[in-house]
Design a protein around this ligand. Structure first.
Ligand SMILES: [Zn+2]
Length: 201
């Protein structure tokens, strides 16, 4: 299932295909997702991916931005902790982010602070169907204890969420091509949000 999904994405996204060759990255992603699902993760952390495969963090973040072009693989969500009451909100899209209103206390943050965005994080959630299939496969072929122990020791403390600043640093490949249309879309929406905020200031 992952093979077909990744292959379809690579056919659509040539910048991703060039920067992260399929033959190298399909097996890495397959192992990584199996490991994370085995450990009970709902979200994929680019930081754990980077550590597990000894890749530069920025490259791993960029890889996940490329993957985000296919919601069949990962879905991007925004995470924000309310300044007023500490409740964590998981927001599906930029509209919900820019019109933030805490469900718990009703606090609206965005209208008063431009630095609001620096506290927003992006999450990569494993596609539900993919998650269920990987989980079913694990029952038949459990991963070796070695992998689980190694992962449990060093990586569990790493965050799942990525700051928008890191995202913006990772949008382009080394030859200056956007890594995905999802990444471009995020950037354009953030830029227009900032323009509006500057006009208000
Ligand atoms: Zn609140």
């Amino acid at each position: 299932m992952l093979f077909k999904k990744l292959e379809a994405l690579y056919n659509d996204n040539k910048n991703l295909a060039k920067a992260y060759p399929f033959d190298e990255y399909f097996p890495l992603l397959q192992l990584f997702i199996s490991k994370e699902v085995a450990l009970g993760s709902e979200y994929l952390s680019p930081y754990r991916f980077a550590l597990f495969f000894s890749k530069p963090t920025k490259d791993a973040v960029r890889f996940f931005l490329g993957l985000a072009d296919s919601e069949e693989i990962v879905e991007t969500l925004y995470k924000y902790e309310c300044d007023e009451c500490g409740t964590i909100s998981i927001l599906k899209d930029e509209e919900a982010l820019f019109n933030f209103k805490c469900k718990q206390c009703g606090f609206r943050d965005h209208l008063v602070k431009t630095e609001y965005l620096s506290e927003v994080k992006l999450l990569f959630r494993i596609n539900e169907d993919l998650h269920d299939e990987v989980k079913a496969n694990l029952k038949n072929n459990p991963l070796s204890d070695k992998i689980e122990t190694a992962a449990a020791n060093s990586e569990r403390g790493l965050e799942e969420e990525v700051s928008l600043a890191s995202i913006e640093e990772s949008l382009y490949t080394d030859d200056n091509k956007p890594i995905s249309s999802k990444a471009l879309q995020i950037k354009e929406k953030l830029d227009s949000y900032r323009r509006i905020m500057r006009m208000r200031d």
